[in-house]
Design a protein around this ligand. Structure first.
Ligand code: PBG
Length: 323
């Protein structure tokens, strides 16, 4: 007879008690802040659908990184907006490309801050797809070469970690091999292992100017209906040499974060994507939801589900609140 012997409310009676028995705690060191770097100087262009996030020129990016470091945030992940785009995504693997220049500047100005880079082609191709387009679809094996070159180029510029987000088959293995051959055997790979073809990337594509000009990404990103397939993707990426595996988006896929945590012993990351961020902001702007509480509850849920690392546009305000 559990009641009245057991009263679950006893441990909820004060903040001191609630804090004592709290199972999930957030720490700024587990957040990674996504940043968008663009050409120019003194550029700080707010992204309409993502309040508080900007396209930043390198000089402004460096300031943002100094702030991230001061707040104890675990690291940043860089996305580039190149000067020009072409069929071959040549801006992605150019040693003088926008991300490569940004890495060198952050290294110089903010030593000690962890710099991860998104390795993908969609910001660099004229058509906005994540690789070489042949007969109306992305060619897997040709794209692998671009990705490997990009990863090595980022490592050469000083990136601490590379994060392929393209969803080509075999890209983790191709990148690992190229990094090792290039003298970067110590550079870890954070694989966007289970990345879904999600509508929640909408605001990002405005931020990174990377929307596909025709078709969609369903021939390479995953079908949102498939959880078992997500576990296979993660398993394969680990076999190919991924050091950290990620589930993306986060909130609509908490079940898969939990399954991944239970099945694999590697660090698990989750990406709270642009649409998740924008929805919370939009509701808050309408007065329908409390922004800070929604931010903290969403992050807590993602960590409770099993993610030890969270890529989130809330990294700065959340770190400030935890600070
Ligand atoms: C690049 C990439 C995307 C995101 C991260 N890397 C966009 C896409 O796949 O279309 C989405 C991030 C977000 O929505 O916050 N391929």
């Amino acid at each position: 007879m559990p009641f009245p012997v057991h009263r679950m409310r006893r441990l909820r009676g004060s903040e001191a008690l609630r804090s004592l028995v709290r199972e999930t705690r957030l720490h700024p060191g587990q957040f990674i802040l996504p940043l968008f770097v663009c050409p120019g100087e003194g550029v700080r262009r707010e992204i309409g659908a993502m309040p508080g996030n900007h396209q930043l020129s390198v000089d402004e990016l460096v300031k943002e990184c100094a702030e991230a470091k001061r707040l104890g945030i675990g690291g940043v992940i860089l996305f580039g907006l190149p000067e020009s785009k072409d069929e071959m995504a040549s801006g992605a693997y150019d040693d003088n490309g926008i991300v490569q220049r940004a890495i060198r500047a952050i290294r110089r100005e903010t030593p000690g801050l962890l710099i991860a880079t998104d390795v993908c082609n969609c910001e660099y191709t004229s058509h906005g797809h994540c690789g070489f387009v042949k007969d109306g679809d992305v060619d897997n094996d040709i794209t692998l070469g671009w990705l490997a070159r990009t990863a090595v180029s980022h490592a050469r510029a000083g990136a601490d970690m590379v994060a392929p987000s393209d969803m080509m088959d075999g890209r983790v293995g191709a990148i690992r091999k190229a990094l090792d051959a290039g003298g970067y055997a110590g550079t870890p790979i954070l694989a966007y292992a289970a990345k879904f073809a999600s509508v929640f990337y909408g605001p990002f594509r405005e931020a990174a100017e990377s929307a596909p000009q025709f078709g969609d990404r369903r021939s390479y990103q995953m079908d949102p209906a498939n959880g078992r397939e997500a576990m296979r993707e993660i398993e394969l990426d680990l076999e190919e040499g991924a050091d950290i595996v990620m589930v993306k988006p986060a909130m609509p896929y908490l079940d898969l974060i939990r399954q991944a945590r239970d099945r694999f012993d590697a660090p698990i990351a989750a990406y709270q994507v642009s649409g998740e961020y924008s929805m919370i902001h939009a509701a808050a702007r309408n007065g329908w939801i409390d922004l800070e509480r929604a931010m903290m509850e969403s992050l807590t849920s993602i960590v409770r589900a099993g993610a030890g690392i969270v890529l989130t546009y809330f990294a700065k305000p959340a770190a400030r609140l935890l600070g």
